[in-house]
Design a protein around this ligand. Structure first.
Ligand SMILES: Nc1ncnc2c1ncn2[C@@H]1O[C@H](COP(=O)(O)OP(=O)(O)OP(=O)(O)O)[C@@H](O)[C@H]1O
Ligand SMILES: [Mg+2]
Length: 122
């Protein structure tokens, strides 16, 4: 499927095409890390069982203007209508028509990890 957006740097391309289970990437402010990570799960949302979760330290980094949720909403609203997700603000979730799910969450305190124990996430 031809998407209206895609990688614009070699780093983004490498990251999107990587088959590694764990990829670590850095880069200067504004170098496209968040944008790339928002594109990344779209490779898998054709699978109705797909569940992904993104963590930032604080909720503000998720929900603020220009935060990851906002970035995703702007990007995913460009998808063809048949696969465009609806965005649920109350729990920062994108729900695709086939049931695939992407969620954004904070992970501020060490104890926050307990809330996510046992989830089946890819
Ligand atoms: N592949 C792309 N296509 C279109 N726009 C892009 C692409 N990659 C990055 N951008 C644009 O570049 C800007 C900076 O990207 P992004 O926010 O992802 O950087 P960042 O590395 O996460 O920065 P920071 O470290 O400040 O969080 C954004 O406004 C984004 O829209
Ligand atoms: Mg960023």
């Amino acid at each position: 499927m031809e998407l209206p957006f895609g990688p614009t740097s070699e780093k983004q391309r490498m990251m999107l095409e990587s088959k590694a289970k764990i990829t670590i990437v850095g880069g200067a402010a504004g170098s496209g890390k968040s944008y790339m990570m928002t594109m990344h799960p779209l490779q898998h949302v054709g699978d109705p069982r797909f569940n992904a979760i993104f963590f930032r330290r604080t909720t503000q980094q998720v929900s603020g203007q220009g935060g990851l949720f906002d970035t995703a909403r702007n990007m995913y609203s460009q998808l063809p209508k048949s696969i465009e997700p609806r965005f649920r603000e109350k729990d920062y979730r994108a729900i695709f028509p086939n049931g695939a799910n992407i969620k954004w969450n904070h992970m501020e305190h060490e104890s926050d990890r307990i809330s996510h124990q046992g989830l089946q996430l890819i």
